[in-house]
Every structure is written in C-alpha cells, then in structure tokens.
Design a binder for this molecule. Structure first.
Ligand code: NCD
Ligand code: ZN
Length: 346
C-alpha cells in the first residue's frame, strides 16, 4: 500500500479569496498548499479593469502572511462594457492570466455579467488573437430551465455556437459538474480545458438534500446526481491533460450560509489536498493526482510547472481538521467530505 507521495507543488485554477477581513482569514489556507491560484474577480464591485486587478493583487499580497510564498494569477470580470484594449494591456503586462465570463445572474455577485453575448464578441476575438483564456461559468440563467439542466443547456445554446464563431479562443469550462460537460470536453480537442472542484468529486445532490437540507453543501453549479459525480471522478483521475483542479473554494460566513436564502459556495481550501488524495487512492489513481493538481493546469495556461515539491503522507489515525474557523468577517465552515481523512500534507 502506498503511504506517501511526492508531487510538484499544486496550483488552484479557480479560487475565491474575497477581500478585507475575509481575504486575510482565508488566504493562508490556500497559500499553505498552493503555489498559485487563478483568482476569481466577483467582488463587489467586480474586478473589471486592469487597474482594478492590479489593486486587488496588491491587497492580496499585503494580506499574505510573512514567510508564505504565493502568486495570485489575476482575472478580469467580463462585462458588456469591457474594453478590448484594456484587457490586452493587462495581459501584455503579465498581470492578467484570464478573463471570466459570468452569465448575468448565474451565481454569487454575477449581476454585472453578460446578458447579450453579441456585445462581447469584439473582446473575445481580441482575446483569441492574443491567446488569453476565457474562464466560463457554464450555466444558463433562464428561469424556465431547471437548475439541474443549466450546464447542459449552456453547452448547447451558448458555448457550442461561441466556440464555432471564435474557434481560436481558449476556453476553460469552470467547475464542470455533469457527464455532459465531461463529454463535451472529451469530444473537443482544440482550445478547451475544464476545471473540476474537490467537492463535486465527493458529493452528489443527495448529500445536499436527503435527510434535511445541508446549506454547507450548497454551491453553484449545484451538485448533480450520482452518475454525474462518477463521470467527474473518471475524468479527474484519468490523467487527461484537459482536466485540472479548480477548487472553487468560496467562503461565506455561517450566518449567510445557514439562512432562509443561503449563499452558494463551499469552502474547501484547507483540506482539499487531503480530500483529493483520498479520492485518487479510492480510484486506484494516486499516480494521476500530480497531473490533475500540478501539471495539467500550467500546461493549459502555458505557465511553468512549480519547481517546489509537496509530499502527502497517509497516517494511521484520521487527520483532524476543525469544523469551522474564525475570520475577522465571521465564522466559516470547512467542507466536510463525510468520511475520515488520512492523508496529510507534510
Ligand atoms: C461562488 C462564490 O461564492 O463566489 N459560489 C459558488 O457556489 N461556487 C461563485 C461561483 O463560482 O459560482
Ligand atoms: Zn467560483
């Protein structure tokens, strides 16, 4: 039995760090294990212009505790008013590594997102030209579309025509949650990658809804039925270079999660690597965890693999993580995989 594994230090290709006291509270949890992360721009107000991304990056680096090394990879929030020249300049300077597309109203703080996709064609064409990836929250927002179908419908209605119109645009389907999403990536070789979260490899919609509603398992895209979870597991543990880790770790304080209209988001930064080692071991694929967490993402983003290493050790006794922790913004509950974890980052 394998008791330890050493991999290149991982990166997180989809992360919410927030701002202010919450940023200070959660950043060390990511910086402890991850060398870099693609930082989501859905603040209030959102990170729209290059200057906003520069200022946010400075706030992140200021919040980073002394002695920790972490590189935030900044993104811009695409709006119908986004200027192609501003995006190109932010990319040219090395500041911005991707642009994020939220369909308006799809998720937390997405009010300023895109409603009319024709209005962003110019920016997307420019991004295709300069090789700047588009990270996509792939869910339609139409009220008549069932929430469990929104990813599949997005692929048909929005993503397929968009990629036909601008085939040179590099797209990352963020947090795929369905077999439809996995199959779409598998069938499309060129300019397409996908992130998968830790929690979607572990929970299905029963965890969220059966036996009482569990607000800390509520996120968007919402967890789907078991067959979809199995498809995600197969994709993540396959080693296929198109799939890589994006935790979508998205902290909200407990009062906002445990609420009549609870916020979407699962906080998993702290125990993600323990959870992933557990999942990959269960699938007999520990040899593929490095591809998923450390190699495939940099390859897609055309960035170097981290030189530093990380070792995970399997303990005989469960590794105990706190159920929740305090931040200056309030308490945040950590993702509970629902089973004991034995793998520890050393
Ligand atoms: C994210 C958040 O809270 O910002 N929530 C979530 O459920 N994943 C937004 C997002 O990525 O959809
Ligand atoms: Zn997210």
């Amino acid at each position: 039995m394998i008791k330890d594994i050493t991999i290149a230090r991982p990166d997180d290709w989809h992360l919410h760090l927030r701002d202010g006291a919450m940023l200070e509270g959660v950043l060390p949890h990511t910086a402890k294990d991850f060398a870099r992360a693609i930082i989501m721009p859905n603040l209030i107000p959102p990170v729209v212009r290059g200057a906003d991304a520069k200022a946010y990056r400075d706030r992140i680096l200021t919040a980073l505790p002394d002695g920790m090394i972490f590189e935030p990879l900044m993104t811009l929030y695409l709006t119908e008013d986004t200027q192609a020249d501003d995006v190109a300049a932010a990319h040219q300077s090395g500041l911005v590594k991707a642009v994020k597309l939220y369909p308006a109203g799809a998720t937390t703080n997405s009010q300023s997102g895109v409603q009319d996709f024709d209005k962003v064609t110019g920016v997307l064409e420019r991004m295709a030209k300069i090789g700047l990836p588009l990270c996509v929250h792939g869910e339609v927002t139409d009220h008549e579309v069932d929430i469990f179908d929104r990813e599949a419908v997005f692929i048909d209605r929005i993503l397929t025509p968009l990629r036909q119109k601008i085939p040179d645009l590099k797209v990352v389907m963020e947090h795929v949650t369905t077999k439809d999403g996995v199959d779409y990536v598998m069938e499309n070789e060129k300019n397409l990658g996908a992130t998968i979260t830790t929690h979607h490899l572990i929970i299905n919609r029963n965890h969220l809804l059966a036996g009482g509603i569990k607000p800390h398992y509520y996120c968007l895209p919402v967890a789907k039925r078991e067959s979809h979870r199995l498809a995600l597991r197969a994709a993540a543990t396959s080693g296929d270079r198109r799939f890589f880790l994006g935790t979508d770790s998205a902290p909200h304080t407990d009062d906002l999660k445990e609420h009549a209209c609870g916020c979407a988001g699962i906080f998993s930064a702290t125990n993600t690597m323990s959870c992933l080692a557990h999942v990959f071991e269960e699938e007999g694929a520990l040899d593929k965890i490095e591809a998923f967490a450390s190699l495939n993402g940099p390859a897609y983003y055309e960035l170097p693999v981290n030189q530093e290493k990380m070792t995970l050790v399997k303990e005989d006794e469960p590794v105990i993580y706190p159920e929740k922790f305090q931040t200056g913004a309030g308490p945040v509950t950590l993702f509970d995989p629902g089973f004991d974890l034995y793998w520890r980052v050393v």
